[in-house]
Design a protein. Structure first.
Length: 281
């Protein structure tokens, strides 16, 4: 990812100084116009804007240990947690630097390709992001999501978590047809069409979680959904397929219903989301 980012800035005519723990990776960019720094301190000293893209948060502390960050603008594109983003912001402030954390919604092949739709969440110093927005938007669009330094990572992880849930459901669907006279390529467009139609749940659930109204204008009641879930589980068993990818969500709906059948049977399934905040129960 770091290489992809650097290449887009170089292609756009920006002066880029690079350093990498694996020197050969940095050297590959020199042929494209980058300046190779002999050390992290040299890379930091080269420009006011310093972009970090490492394996993890621990790597940032190790690489920049003892490096003078006074007056620098640090943009952290390293994948991390909200807590790490907040802690790293405080760490940067103690060293006299402005800080913005980020979460990249895209893969390296999407960087620098506008039609690919990649973008980056930023949070922390609004002034930093706005001052450097033109540069930051060269690789991918920039979306500022708040001055809490942890919010970029939180948005990133929230979307990625939803993605993996989607992948889990798709994987289960394909497992069900294994061994049957149904080609995966024939199921694929049906899956895409159906999942697209069900995308309304994101906005609907947001409205219900905001209003805390889980009973108005319900289309598919929780009681019915729980009763119908047995069909999914029996089918999986009949097909010799583990239900481990879908059973946690079905269990959560059942738990919501069983807590108070009279109150929750007619609810929308979004009410089950409230059970996930275990620490608050």
């Amino acid at each position: 990812m770091g290489t992809a980012l650097a290449r887009t800035w170089l292609a756009a005519g920006h002066a880029v100084t690079v350093w990498n723990r694996t020197r050969s990776k940095a050297e590959a960019l020199v042929a494209e116009g980058a300046r190779l720094a002999p050390s992290p301190a040299g890379a930091v000293a080269a420009n006011d804007l310093v972009v970090l893209c490492l394996l993890d948060d621990a790597g940032i502390g190790a690489v920049l240990d003892g490096v003078d960050l006074t007056g620098k603008d640090l943009v952290n594109l390293t994948t991390g947690t909200p807590a790490e983003g907040r802690a790293r912001a405080a760490w940067a402030e103690e060293r006299g630097a402005r800080f913005a954390d980020a979460g990249i919604m895209g893969t390296p092949t999407m960087i620098g390709v506008p039609e690919a739709g990649a973008y980056v969440f930023y949070s922390g110093s609004r002034a930093l992001v706005e001052e450097h927005r033109t540069v930051l938007e060269v690789p991918a669009g920039a979306r500022f999501v708040g001055e809490d330094p942890g919010h970029a990572a939180l948005h990133d992880v929230a979307l990625l978590s939803a993605m993996y849930g989607l992948f889990a459901g798709i994987s289960h669907a394909y497992a069900l047809i294994e061994g049957e006279d149904i080609a995966p390529k024939d199921l694929a467009p049906l899956l895409s069409e159906w999942l697209g139609a069900m995308g309304f749940f994101a906005g609907d659930a947001a409205e219900r979680l905001t209003s805390r109204d889980f009973t108005s204008e319900v289309v598919s009641q929780l009681g019915m959904q729980v009763a119908a879930s047995g069909t999914l589980l029996r089918t999986a068993a009949d097909q010799g397929v583990s239900a481990e990818l879908i059973s946690p969500y079905l269990d959560l709906m059942r738990e919501r219903l069983e807590a108070d059948p009279a109150a929750h049977s007619g609810e929308d399934t979004a009410g089950a989301i409230t059970l996930l905040r275990r620490a608050a129960r």
